[in-house]
Design a protein around this ligand. Structure first.
Ligand code: SF4
Length: 365
């Protein structure tokens, strides 16, 4: 049986129920049941994370794969994840690990399907939980990051909020040893954990999937406003921030919705990079690939709104992945997919007009 590790950010309620306050779902979890993410488990009024020592993926990636284009471009990120997610996106492109706990949940275990209100799950006789992954400690992750020559640890692939305890403990050690930490997240995290996380976090790429409450609820089983609030807070807390929107035909590809997203980012800071990426069929959604023209239109909307950096993703070689100077238009970083062909930035400035180029470590590694 997987070792249990007590979770953070919860309160014990009456009748051995718990209230998990890690993410905006605010699950009230009955004794013996799990939260909506299916990896946080109430046993006798104590909440446990089932994934603290269950790492399901760890690999070295270019930081551009996150995508983070303005954070030490050309560096390598030691990238880890566990199974699980607090959202249920029907188009998830990492569904085989993000939705694993829900799709493989033993029949006798129930998860909370309703959040923020009273919901009673059946009492259970045992605590079998069937979470996959290898036992890897925070210390081992940091050692591996250094041994592979990576600059940063990236908490990614699934939703790192739901493996908060592992991510935070690792990030503290990594920071102490001179490494950077980055989150690739859906932004569904509550204020208190985010404030704590930001003390050891250097950069984040947050998904802003839609700009409509009804679409978030219907397709991802989440609410829009907490994500907008979290994006603001990440920025206010000084974490380097980039935003990604997967453009799905017929779902979020209208000019109106793209303009709303671009305006939202611009109102925070036009220097925040926006990645508009190509959808392809995955998990339970089977729509056609996003046409290249749609990505180009989204990029144009972002640039016309005044954003300094807008990138097309998942379409290597199309040119929409290069960095150009927002002031004089000079080519600064030429990319092919996740790989950098040339970086012309000198001391974080454009070599032509000397404009300051936003980001961290932009002159390359
Ligand atoms: S879905 Fe969110 S609130 Fe519910 S148990 Fe998981 S992390 Fe906690």
């Amino acid at each position: 049986m997987t070792a249990l590790h007590e979770a953070r950010f919860y309160e014990t309620l009456e009748s051995s129920k718990v209230l998990c306050t890690l993410c905006p779902h605010d699950c009230r979890i009955a004794n013996g049941a799990r939260g909506a993410c299916a990896v946080r488990y109430n046993h006798n009024g104590k909440l446990y994370t089932l994934v603290y020592d269950k790492v399901v993926a760890r690999e070295v990636n270019p930081i551009e794969k996150k995508p983070l284009f303005h954070f030490y471009p050309g560096s390598q990120a030691y990238s880890i994840s566990t199974v699980g997610c607090n959202l249920r996106c029907s188009f998830c492109q990492n569904w085989y690990i993000s939705q694993w706990p829900k799709d493989h949940l033993p029949k006798h275990i129930e998860i909370t399907r309703e959040q923020g209100s009273e919901f009673i799950c059946p009492q259970l006789e045992n605590i079998e939980h069937g979470v996959v992954g290898e036992a890897v400690t925070p210390e081992t992750i940091v050692q591996s990051t250094k041994a592979t020559g990576c600059l940063s640890v990236s908490y990614t692939f699934t939703e790192p909020t739901i493996f908060y305890e592992l991510a935070y403990d690792t990030a503290v050690i990594a920071r102490d040893q001179g490494l950077k930490n980055t989150f690739v997240s859906n932004g569904y995290i509550s204020e208190a954990p985010l404030r704590e996380l930001a003390t050891v976090l250097d950069a984040a790429n947050i998904d802003l999937k839609f700009f409509r409450e009804d679409t978030y609820r219907r397709v991802s089983r989440a609410k829009l406003q907490p994500i907008l609030d979290a994006i603001h807070l990440y920025y206010e807390l000084g974490v380097w921030l980039e935003i990604t929107t997967l453009i799905i035909p017929g779902l979020n590809d209208s000019d109106d919705e793209l303009k709303h997203i671009a305006d939202f980012i611009h109102d925070i800071n036009p220097a925040i990079p926006w990645h508009v990426t190509q959808y392809y069929p995955a998990y339970k959604m089977d729509r056609p690939h996003t046409p290249l023209e749609t990505l180009r239109r989204a990029r144009e909307i972002g640039l016309e709104t005044g954003l300094r950096y807008v990138y097309e993703g998942n379409v290597p070689g199309e040119g929409g992945e290069n960095t150009y100077c927002y002031q004089c238009g000079a080519l600064l970083i030429e990319r092919f997919g996740f790989y950098i062909k040339q970086n012309r930035i000198i001391h974080s400035c454009c070599p032509e007009c000397h404009a300051h180029i936003d980001g961290v470590g932009m002159s390359g590694v």
